[in-house]
Ligand binder design. Structure first.
Ligand SMILES: Cc1cc2nc3c(=O)[nH]c(=O)nc-3n(C[C@H](O)[C@H](O)[C@H](O)COP(=O)(O)OP(=O)(O)OC[C@H]3O[C@@H](n4cnc5c(N)ncnc54)[C@H](O)[C@@H]3O)c2cc1C
Ligand code: SF4
Length: 327
């Protein structure tokens, strides 16, 4: 049994109070939502904040709302609720499928959408006990000076391992944040960076408040995940595809892939589908191009060459599920 380091826990009931706590206690303070990622990481000695600010008692952060042609999901909405919500299921299916694929039932009940979006990156050389990491001489992400994934590498390339990120990228979501300088929104494509030590553009004192997903007519989306078992496991490849179609023709096709490195990415080749009739979409060529565009690293479990091949399989499967390409 790994012990938790000691900390003080605060449970504000308003966002203003949460922001004040972040400001007053300074850099040694971390937000906690469901705690399903943070607490195991603290037990592994990956971080040891002296102050935890819980978001669990702030009602404004919990809920799913349809506001005109936008679906708005509060950051503290748990993944179980996201996965089962009727509008998410029917209008943003990739998000429902991604949320349902996270961990096991307990993780989805405790784990929140905001926590999933802000999940720390993962690496086989990092998500280990202190004893294990010490024996290896630590690494750039924590306590060390070198990377064990990329020899001589000066940047951490730990993998974005949050299932909902790829789905929300494909769905063109927007992230709402609030911080000491007020509220701001940004497209999710600007939220993630290629730095595995801190792979989001969220400032330390900012709180993710909600996610907005545009609801478009004639839009369909799917999510595919490569993992060791059909339950509990983090993604080894995470892939989401979104189709906007009109009168049997493709208006837009987007494919997002994650669990490669620190930043989820879009597949450029998806644009080949533009303007084609659904049956004419070159599914195999797009899947092949996705395979070529992606270069999984030996940062998480699963042979990188095998994971790369599976990008092609998952892309083909996703496009087939969207009814694209020859039968
Ligand atoms: C055995 C196991 C299996 C798992 N499998 C998966 C999986 O398959 N896929 C997957 O994606 N995840 C998986 N997880 C990780 C985790 O359960 C989920 O990612 C979950 O959604 C995290 O949400 P949380 O609310 O528990 O976040 P927390 O652990 O509370 O927080 C995670 C991080 O986000 C920050 N944070 C939380 N909320 C906010 C906010 N509103 N604004 C700003 N920062 C915030 C916290 O400070 C922390 O850094 C697994 C975990 C375990 C232990
Ligand atoms: S990618 Fe390199 S620096 Fe980052 S956690 Fe893994 S070993 Fe450490």
């Amino acid at each position: 049994m790994l012990p938790l380091p000691s900390f003080a826990l605060y449970a504000p009931t308003t966002l203003d109070d949460a922001l004040a706590l972040l400001r007053d206690h300074g850099p040694d303070t971390t937000l906690i939502a469901g705690g399903t990622d943070l607490l195991p990481n603290m037990k592994h000695g990956l971080l040891a904040p002296r102050h935890l600010v819980s978001l669990a008692q702030i009602p404004a952060l919990r809920g799913v709302w349809v506001e005109g042609d936008v679906l708005r999901l509060g950051a503290m909405t748990n993944l179980e609720t996201v996965a089962a919500h009727e509008v998410v299921l029917t209008r943003a299916a990739a998000l429902a499928e991604a949320a349902l694929s996270v961990g096991g039932p307990h993780h989805r009940r405790m784990g929140t959408l905001g926590g999933n979006l802000c999940l720390d990156t993962r690496c086989r050389y990092f998500n280990q006990t202190y004893f294990w990491r010490e024996a290896l001489g630590f690494c750039l992400k924590k306590d060390g000076t070198k990377c064990h994934v990329v020899e001589g590498g000066q940047r951490c390339v730990a993998a974005a391992s949050n299932d909902t990120a790829a789905a929300l990228l494909a769905l063109e979501a927007t992230i709402e944040l609030v911080g000491p300088d007020g509220a701001r929104s940004l497209p999710i494509r600007d939220f993630y960076t290629a730095d595995g030590i801190a792979n989001t553009t969220r400032a330390p004192q900012e709180i993710v408040v909600a996610v907005r997903v545009p609801l478009r007519p004639a839009r369909a989306s799917v999510y595919e995940k490569l993992r060791r078992r059909a339950a509990i496991d983090f993604p080894m490849i995470s892939l989401a595809a979104r189709l906007d179609a009109e009168e049997g023709r493709v208006n837009a096709l987007e494919i997002a892939v994650s669990a490669l490195a620190a930043r989820p990415r879009m597949i450029r080749a998806a644009s080949q589908a533009q303007g084609k009739s659904l049956a004419e979409v070159p599914r195999a060529a797009i899947a092949e191009a996705a395979f070529k565009e992606c270069a999984p690293l030996p940062n998480i479990e699963g042979d990188p060459a095998w994971r790369k091949k599976l990008v092609r399989v998952l892309a083909d499967r996703a496009l087939r599920r969207l009814g694209l390409g020859p039968a």
